[in-house]
Design a protein around this ligand. Structure first.
Ligand code: PLP
Length: 399
């Protein structure tokens, strides 16, 4: 009998299935809002001008491709630290932060999870309800049991903060708490700075281990403003892990550029943590790839390219905001009496619309508008050409 005769078929990725159905749909006015990618106003994934320029300069001066350090090159990891903590952060001068390049945000989460499994093997991991679907998979694959804390309030389209705090307070000491630093996926509902401060206090009081997932730095308010959660945890002096992704804010999805940063208490602790993290990386993929991280590091180190990046990032952020305002205005006009303020209050690429699975199904069947069954739509897939079509269709299924 074949070794594989009894291998069961794994469940299909629901979003992949949605993409396949969308591709097979012959309607010319179809729209795919199920994706997790930023598109420009022409429905294309942008190649940022700053990236193009850095790439052109690199191609003009090609370098040999030796192995990189296990934790990635210092000019890259330092650039990541400056974005997260600010270049003047005393943590950096005190050498208390460990940063390693990761394979995208996903890879950074995974090496963080594998490291934590060595340090707190019996801890449980808490993720938000709901969360990015891969959070559960990543931490379960690392051997943790995964639970949820209350997060989204379907009544308001915002955060159930009282529920969240109650669940965090009830979590056993050393539990790992996965938090979306900004632009919560899938809901778009974020904490205020004051709410972050409360979460910091609970983590400190209950000896919880915060793990901030920063997949959208710059997509909500700006580079520094979006790091507010990171900075408040650092101010409190408690250990924190942070995964960074440059997939969205550099539009470098396929390059798999990310990083894991760990804030420790002393330089000596940092050196020991780094030594363990290097073992985790060495036995996973040995050392990280060169190209994407070199692009990011080049852009961030050159003042003109950095400025260009900030302008392009602001352009993506502003376009998403304009789509939110446009969608809200159209829905308010088409469905009077219903509250759509959540559309502009939510931040980042996604919005939990409150559409039921039946309404999502009708959007797809009757209008060729594809969304995730949970009612999540990707606002960054809206554009000036499809906004009316989408708003009309959503209004029709809501009426
Ligand atoms: N974390 C969250 C919350 C995300 O939404 C995503 C991507 O969709 C990731 C992590 C993964 O990012 P990457 O594509 O860089 O692995």
């Amino acid at each position: 009998m074949s070794l594989f005769a009894n291998v069961p078929l794994a469940p299909r990725d629901p979003i992949l299935g949605l993409n396949e159905a969308y591709a097979a749909d012959p309607r010319s006015n179809k729209v795919n809002l199920g994706v997790g990618v930023y598109y420009d106003d022409n429905g294309k994934i942008p190649l940022l001008a700053c990236v193009r320029e850095a790439e052109t300069a690199m191609a003009a001066n090609p370098k040999p491709r030796g192995y990189q350090p296990i934790e990635g090159p210092a000019h890259y990891t330092t650039a990541v630290q400056h974005l997260l903590f600010g270049p003047q952060s005393p943590l950096l001068a005190e050498k208390r932060v460990v940063t390693a390049q990761g394979l995208g945000g996903t890879g950074a989460l995974r090496i963080g999870a594998d490291l934590l499994k060595r340090i707190v093997p019996d801890a449980s991991v808490y993720i938000s309800a709901p969360s990015w679907e891969n959070h559960r998979g990543i931490f379960e694959a690392a051997g943790f049991s995964v639970r949820e804390y209350r997060y989204f309030d379907a009544q308001t389209g915002g955060v159930d903060f009282a529920g969240m705090i109650a669940d965090l307070e009830a979590a056993p000491a050393h539990s790992i708490i996965v938090l979306h630093a900004c632009c919560h996926n899938p809901t778009g509902a974020d904490l205020t700075e004051a709410q972050w401060q409360t979460v910091v206090e609970v983590c400190r009081a209950k000896a919880l281990v915060p793990f901030l997932d920063m997949a959208y730095q710059g997509f909500a308010e700006g580079i520094d403003a979006d790091a507010v959660a990171v900075r408040r945890f650092c101010d409190a002096g408690i250990p924190v892990l942070i995964s960074s992704s440059f997939s969205k804010n550099f539009s470098l999805y396929g390059e798999r550029v990310g990083a894991l940063s760990i804030v420790t208490t002393t330089a000596d602790e940092a050196a020991r943590v780094l030594s363990q993290l290097k073992r985790v990386i060495r036995t996973n993929y040995s050392n990280p790839p060169t190209h994407g991280a070199a692009l990011v590091a080049t852009v961030l180190a050159d003042s003109a390219l950095r400025q260009q990046w900030e302008t392009e990032l602001a352009g993506m952020r502003d376009r998403i905001r304009a789509m939110r305002q446009g969608l809200r205005a159209r829905l308010e006009a088409a469905v009077p009496g219903r509250d759509f303020t959540f559309v502009t209050a939510q931040r980042g690429m996604f919005s939990y619309t409150g559409l039921t699975p039946e309404q999502v199904e009708r959007l797809q069947r009757d209008f060729g508008i594809y969304a995730v069954r949970s009612g999540r739509i990707c606002v960054a897939a809206l554009n000036s050409h499809n906004l009316d079509t989408v708003a009309d269709a959503i209004a029709a299924v809501l009426r």
